[in-house]
Design a protein. Structure first.
Length: 104
């Protein structure tokens, strides 16, 4: 399981804004280490965000995304105290799931 994500979610005028900082190395598989051998590819492939059991975001990442990706998105709905659940899976099968309560 990866490191915890930093997530903030706030609602204003009926629109919820979610900010996520995912802790992940995001190796492309093209970089070489000090000995000159390729570092194996290791990157997030799928990201999902759920609010009240409803998918509000589904994304597919690739190897071109930078280390510790930052993601911001908005959706209509959400109320203070409701939960947003964020999950990701990487190409090695590792996964992470965190949730946060919406604030005002």
């Amino acid at each position: 399981m990866g490191n915890p994500m930093k997530i903030r979610a706030a609602v204003k005028d009926g629109v919820t804004e979610v900010k996520i900082l995912m802790q992940h190395e995001m190796e492309t598989g093209l970089r070489k280490d000090a000995e000159g051998t390729l570092v194996p590819a290791w990157f997030i492939t799928d990201v999902k965000a759920q609010h009240q059991g409803r998918n509000v975001l589904e994304a597919q990442f690739g190897q071109s995304i930078s280390k510790n990706p930052y993601l911001l998105f908005r959706f209509k709905g959400g109320a203070e105290g409701e939960k947003i659940k964020i999950s990701w899976v990487d190409n090695k099968g590792d996964s992470r799931e965190d949730e946060v309560a919406i604030t005002v």
